[in-house]
Design a protein around this ligand. Sequence first.
Ligand code: AMP
Ligand code: MG
Length: 329
Amino acid sequence: MTASNSDIEKAADVLRAGGLVALPTETVYGLGADAENPAAVGRIFQVKGRPSNHPLIVHIGSAELLDDWVAEVSDTARLLAERFWPGPLTLVLPRGPRVPLEATGGLETVAVRVPAHPVARALLTAFGGGVTAPSANRFGSVSPTTADHVRTELGDAVDHVLDGGSCDVGVESTIVDVTGDTPSILRPGGVTREELEAALGRPLAVPGASPIRVPGQHPSHYAPRARVVLVEPGEVVAEAERAQDQGLRVGVFLPAALSGTPVKAHAVVEVPASAAAHARGLYGFLRELDEQGCDLIIASLPQEEGLGVAIANRLGRAAGPRPAGDDRS
Ligand code: AMP
Ligand code: MG
């Protein structure tokens, strides 16, 4: 189940040759390419169907290498890198000359992270360079948290898939803009606001205050084929039954507080009580309800604190208005 050394060497060769490698990270599986090879980076966008102005995250092997990839590291950035790397935190800093504009969507800033998964770390060590890697799924759909998810979704479009089991964190990294005086969260993720503020000893900018507006923050993202509707926790059962009675095949995210409650629905997932387990399972649950043929998923948001903020963000966007022409229901 976990990639062998020779498997990792082979994947490093694929990267050197300009190919694409799917790699496990602690957040989700990434679709990786040599960050310094614009043609290889271009293939990522092609395979994902991702607009070319959506910047990618550059994954590097250790915090000591940060200066090789960015033009300038503030004290705040240094502190956060030392405290949270390897781990699910991405720092946005001024772009260094090694990073091609193809990887940053044309921006003069670059997003960098050191992943914690042992297979990702081994690959980065064997390869020696930086690996740009967005989630290994088609643009807009649910991120993969197992190697099977990647194989099912991308098949032969990937040159090599490294298997590292299922992802521990389950949602993407927290992205923090550290280019200004007050760091601000651009995307909530595996490291919580509370943890960041405790490490810094001061508050982060209020959500949404950052002047940075980056592409890649669309209202619909992380979306399964089934439509997702969010309701209050206490209304989940009644809403599900109402839709099921109308002839829809309803999938339910049953809140932990209602565990064991019988629900008239096509399929039911019991949401784990801990936020960590909820995050870990989230994308797998969405895929599972799609596989069971659900037309509609009824869910509720967790408490918006700690990891619950990232979960609520992903569920909110899974439920977001779908773009015109989206062939999903
Ligand atoms: P992902 O979509 O998981 O591949 O993560 C990439 C996301 O990171 C992008 O969609 C942006 O929202 C964000 N990002 C990447 N690079 C930058 C950057 N240079 N400045 C601001 N945000 C960035
Ligand atoms: Mg993604």
